[in-house]
Write a protein that binds this ligand. Structure first.
Ligand SMILES: Cc1cc2nc3c(=O)[nH]c(=O)nc-3n(C[C@H](O)[C@H](O)[C@H](O)COP(=O)(O)OP(=O)(O)OC[C@H]3O[C@@H](n4cnc5c(N)ncnc54)[C@H](O)[C@@H]3O)c2cc1C
Length: 666
């Protein structure tokens, strides 16, 4: 906030560009004065004044955007959307969320998007918010949620559910890197802007025409904006992009501040009726979709050929950790955010089946040491996500003597996939029941065809009457080609088998972390350790094979030096993964290519989530949020360029760019 005309100033982080992008974002340097007021050591400015900070935030951003009245009358299925520059301590967002929960109708939802270049450390945030919530006790539950879901300092968007009806997308990065791209994806979608951050005189990099254009692009017609500053070039910059701006009295001793509204004629609101959604597939993808779509206002039907978790998601145990490359690539970025989100979702919704005590990913041999160094020095993953460790350091974490270096993922671990799928489905059904919404489960129903029927989609079954729905998401794992025979999506089946062995072996009995090295060992559950998994591209069946048990036993010996025999085997399970050539899921709207123009248009209200490969437990929750956000008309949880990386049609589009037929990728 502007300190130029009064005693108060709030620094919410500089938005200076960084030449080299690494995964890790620098934390803000914060100190607390004798009074307890949080202050940026780097800039010598305070975040909020202990005595007046709450009143100032409420006046500048809540009152001047007229949020109380607008929240009170919010009766739309889509959420009310707030965008903010400068998350800082999160005080503005928390105050807006608390007001919303106080006055908005019981079914209404709020979506906040905020950007921060230099986030506070978790302990500084806790300290600062303890002060704020002591003064405003209504913030306490929201503060608890924020602190428990606060992400490690990883560049990118992190979705946090502050309350079941309040979602926060916290974008960590430079405001000019984040909002221009975000606004391309979210045109005409913001109801109120909080233009906060370091004052224009101190942070001129942020207050740029590029930001004003992004604001104008994203604001709805009659959407509003408030900012603490009254600086002339800010007012003119916003007027130049079509906003009506005027001065109002500032807070306390500050003379003026600016408020504005967007008056241009906007795109018409989409008038899609959300009457009935079908989710085809009842594995981890289908179950996460069901939960992400729990606010769908019409009926929901979840369909599976067999009982839930009968396919690849039916294993008793599975590892949850991100796929990190040596450089900070879109793949690394997607999996980093997906991992943080998945962990949070499993711990909050299905804690009894979630075990996050760490994971060690050993190198195969010493030739991989340069890659490990690159991950540390070039990609620059934050310690909470990944740390390169020497063999001696890793030896302290486990009794299994590998004698090699590797990566330690302290926040990673494992879940019980089959139990998690069932629990997520139950959570969804219960939640929707409480909201008075109908959820049907059609298990033992094999879908044979999905086709357009007028303005609807017809779902045809093998032995049951067809179902007609407004929306459909196909999430049937490796069997996508059966339902989409004409598409250009290269889903490849890869069979895998896990083996459960007695945990009595001395190296296995005390194992608390997952070990990975050309296979994995998951700590004991009910006296059995899960080892695996085979990776067989030549077969696509789920028959349990003794020869595959032998392969897993061999892997355990070769990779981890642990000897077992067939007599140690308790049981196992085989199923089929749906893999893609680039190791990323396919998640998004189905699109139709036009041969003449070469353009792709989304097909109405049909989406796909598959290709989860060997990391489906990590990627499914965020990929499901992406699809649900599109259907429920709210901002997406990942940047536009990452959405392109997951687009189901990306392979065909890439072929087209190379002058090849889109069908050459099948
Ligand atoms: C041996 C093995 C070990 C693995 N280990 C891990 C691990 O440690 N960590 C990890 O993250 N991932 C792991 N994976 C991958 C992970 O299990 C998958 O990515 C994930 O389960 C895929 O989930 P899904 O919901 O897309 O597919 P599935 O779980 O296969 O679900 C698809 C569902 O669709 C249903 N269906 C199919 N066709 C139709 C139809 N026509 N009509 C109605 N229903 C239909 C099926 O019955 C099935 O239940 C492993 C996979 C295997 C095989």
């Amino acid at each position: 906030m502007d300190n130029s005309s009064g005693p108060l100033s709030v620094y919410k982080g500089s938005q200076m560009s960084q030449p080299h992008k690494t995964a890790e974002i620098d934390y803000a340097q914060v100190s607390f004065d004798a009074d307890g007021t949080p202050e940026s050591s780097g800039f010598g400015d305070i975040y909020f004044h202990r005595a007046q900070g709450i009143a100032e935030s409420s006046y500048v951003f809540l009152e001047q955007n007229r949020l109380r009245d607008r929240f009170y009358t919010w009766a739309t299925h889509r959420p009310f959307v707030i965008a903010e520059t400068g998350f800082g301590t999160g005080l503005n967002c928390l105050l807006a969320a608390a007001l919303f929960l106080d006055v908005a109708p019981a079914n209404a939802r709020l979506h906040i998007v905020s950007v921060e270049a230099y986030p506070l450390t978790p302990s500084d945030l806790q300290h600062a918010l303890a002060i704020a919530s002591a003064l405003a006790p209504q913030l306490q539950p929201l503060v608890q949620q924020l602190l428990s879901a606060y992400p490690p300092p990883i560049r990118g968007t992190h979705r946090i559910h502050l309350h079941d009806r309040v979602t926060l997308d916290l974008m960590l990065g430079d405001v000019l890197d984040c909002f221009p791209e975000w606004s391309q994806d979210n045109r005409n979608s913001v109801d109120a802007w909080f233009l906060d951050g370091f004052a224009p005189q101190k942070n001129p990099q942020m207050w740029q025409p590029q930001l004003y254009r992004a604001i104008a692009r994203s604001l709805r017609v009659h959407g509003t904006l408030a900012t603490f500053t009254a600086t002339g070039h800010v007012r003119r910059g916003l007027q130049n992009v079509g906003m009506q701006m005027h001065k109002v009295p500032g807070f306390g001793s500050k003379r003026d501040m600016l408020v504005g509204s967007m008056q241009r004629i906007g795109d018409p609101e989409p008038d899609t009726e959300l009457t009935h959604i079908a989710i085809i597939g009842n594995g981890i993808a289908g179950a996460n979709l069901a939960w992400s779509l729990r606010h769908f206002p019409g009926d929901m039907t979840i369909i599976g050929e067999q009982e839930p978790a009968s396919g690849a998601s039916g294993n008793p145990q599975g590892a949850v950790y991100p796929l990190l490359q040596a450089n900070w690539t879109p793949t690394s970025a997607f999996y980093s955010s997906a991992f943080v989100y998945a962990r949070q979702r499993y711990l909050s919704l299905t804690p009894e089946y979630s075990h996050f005590q760490g994971l060690i990913d050993y190198v195969s041999n010493t030739k991989q040491y340069p890659r490990l160094r690159k991950m540390k020095n070039i990609a620059g993953y934050p310690k909470a996500l990944f740390t390169a460790r020497t063999a001696a350091q890793l030896a302290q974490h486990t009794k299994v003597p590998i004698g090699l270096a590797g990566g330690h993922h302290p926040l990673a671990g494992w879940i019980e996939p089959a139990a998690t799928v069932n629990a997520l489905l139950q959570c969804t059904i219960r939640f929707r029941q409480q909201q008075g919404r109908v959820t049907h489960t059609c298990f033992q129903h094999q879908v044979t065809r999905v086709s357009r029927a007028g303005q609807q989609w017809a779902i045809e079954y093998e032995h049951h009457p067809a179902l007609t729905v407004s929306h459909v998401v196909i999430a049937n794992g490796e069997r996508v080609p059966e339902l989409l025979p004409q598409t250009t999506i290269p889903i490849r089946p890869v069979r895998g088998q896990i083996t459960r062995v007695r945990a009595s072996h001395s190296s296995l009995s005390g194992l608390s972390q997952v070990l990975c090295r050309g296979g994995y060992v998951v700590p004991a559950l009910d006296g059995a350790v899960c080892i695996g998994a085979t990776f067989d591209k030549s077969r696509a069946d789920a028959k349990l094979l003794d020869t595959d048990h032998d392969k897993n036993i061999e892997m355990l010996h070769e990779q981890f030096g642990i000897s077992c025999t067939r007599t140690d085997v308790i049981d196992g399970r085989a199923s089929v993964r749906a893999t893609t050539p680039d190791h990323l899921p396919v998640a998004g709207a189905l699109q139709q290519g036009d041969d003449a123009s070469g353009c792709w248009q989304p097909l109405p209200n049909i989406y796909l989530l598959s290709g989860l490969g060997a990391r489906g437990l990590t990627s499914a929750p965020l990929a499901a949020e992406l699809i649900a956000s599109r259907i429920l008309q709210q901002p997406a949880p990942i940047a536009r360029h990452l959405q392109e990386s997951l687009c189901p049609m990306r392979f065909a589009k890439r072929a087209q760019v190379k002058g090849l037929s889109p069908f050459s990728v099948r």
